[in-house]
Design a protein around this ligand. Structure first.
Ligand SMILES: *Cc1c(COP(=O)(O)O)cnc(C)c1O
Length: 382
């Protein structure tokens, strides 16, 4: 693809930091891990951060450390990445999907309340595409029904709601640092919390159930190897130093897209302003108007691809994926939104020229596909 969907933003500072770790002889469980965790906790406004090998590992440890398991139900969106549901399944608990708000694309608090049963243990709020979930309402529901409120903030580093940062609202929050995220450690993740005991348990679980004071071959419980190496942590430290510049750049790209696309009636723009908070732009996802079919959306994505512009289908709902397909699970908003979304190229180094090109190509492909079936066919041949 001439214009990729995403791409990491690596500077000489990250390269130097990683090289210095390689020369230091200390490759795991060293000072870089501690420094990265302290910087992340400080940025998010949580007391503790425990870095792990991926966002998925973070989700798994969070679920396990909170004692969520067999017989428990966890309410979550289906309009998200499958790892959210998988992490709950790893512990034999049951994901229960609630529908979303069509404007924020986040879990709808009314739908959450409607899915509560005597087995519900937790609400897992996902800050989808960097837009903070309606935490105030979710926290009230959690308190009323004595549920654990946890967050997947993997797409939302730096997002804010009512003066607090995403990840620091609930009992614990998870971040991911895969290369398409706002900051990357190549692979990596972290769990943040204000709970000291929970943090200690997370540290033990990521390191084979060891304790910080015990012997290397002393294990107090069954744990995992979910450690983040010193190389990855060093990369994360440098990336996190630039977070505000990165978020400002991403907001600027979103604005440029908005300016060029708002004239096109067949395209619905993403939510771009919050009454009391800040979006941390993860991806730029538009939605085609209601009259567009699933097939037409796919034709547009394909036609863009033929022009060398990579687009994504964010998200394919989790409840429609094979491991989660159950009879009678219907989430009309999730399904209708997911059929018409298109993620456009979105990364820090995206130039104004590339944005222009992506926007004019998108407008052409969309107009073509909305004219007639025949035109749709030729749109895919562009
Ligand atoms: C990226 C992401 C994760 C974590 O993914 P990893 O690849 O395991 O780091 C988890 N949840 C959501 C919603 C994500 O977008």
């Amino acid at each position: 693809m001439r214009i990729p969907l995403s791409g990491p933003d690596i500077t000489e500072a990250e390269i130097d930091a990683v090289a210095a770790v390689m020369r230091s002889g200390r490759l795991s469980l060293g000072p870089k891990l501690e420094e990265f965790e302290a910087a992340l906790a400080n940025y998010v406004g949580a007391r503790y951060a425990v870095a792990v090998s991926s966002g998925t590992a973070g989700l798994h440890l969070m679920v396990r450390a909170l004692g969520i398991g067999e017989g428990d139900e966890v309410i979550m969106p289906s309009f998200t990445f499958i790892a959210v549901a998988n992490a709950v399944r790893f512990e034999r608990a049951a994901p229960v999907f609630a529908d979303i708000d069509p404007s924020t694309l986040n879990i709808d608090p009314a739908a959450v309340e409607a899915t509560i049963t005597p087995r519900t243990r937790a609400i897992l709020a996902v800050h989808t595409f960097g837009v903070p979930a309606d935490i105030e309402k979710l926290a009230a529901i959690a308190a009323k029904h004595q549920l654990i409120l946890i967050e997947d903030a993997c797409e939302a580093l730096g997002a804010e709601g009512r003066g607090k940062k995403a990840g620091a609202f609930g009992q614990a929050g998870v971040f991911g640092f895969y290369p398409n995220k706002q900051i990357t450690t190549a692979e990596g993740g972290a769990v943040v919390t204000n709970n000291e005991k929970l943090a200690a348990r997370l540290r033990s679980l990521r390191n084979q159930g060891r304790t910080p004071t015990g012997e290397w071959f002393e294990h107090t419980e069954i744990g995992y190897n979910y450690r983040l190496s010193e190389l990855h942590a060093a990369m994360g430290i440098e990336q996190l130093k630039r977070i505000e510049t990165i978020l400002a750049r991403r907001m600027q790209i979103a604005r440029s897209y908005n300016e060029q696309l708002h004239v096109c009636q067949q395209i619905l723009l993403p939510l771009s302003e919050l009454a009391d908070g800040r979006i941390s732009w993860f991806v730029y996802v538009i939605r085609l108007a209601k009259e567009f079919s699933y097939a037409q959306r796919d034709a547009v994505v394909e036609a863009m691809g033929k022009r060398g512009i990579a687009c994504g289908r964010y998200f394919a709902p989790v409840h429609l994926q094979r491991p989660y397909k159950v009879e009678g699970c219907s989430l009309p908003v999730t399904e209708s939104v997911a059929e018409r979304t298109i993620a456009l190229p979105f990364f820090n180094a995206l130039s104004e020229d590339q944005i222009d090109e992506a926007c004019s190509a998108l407008r052409e492909c969309v107009e073509f596909s909305s004219c007639s079936k025949k035109a749709m066919k030729s749109a895919t041949q562009l």
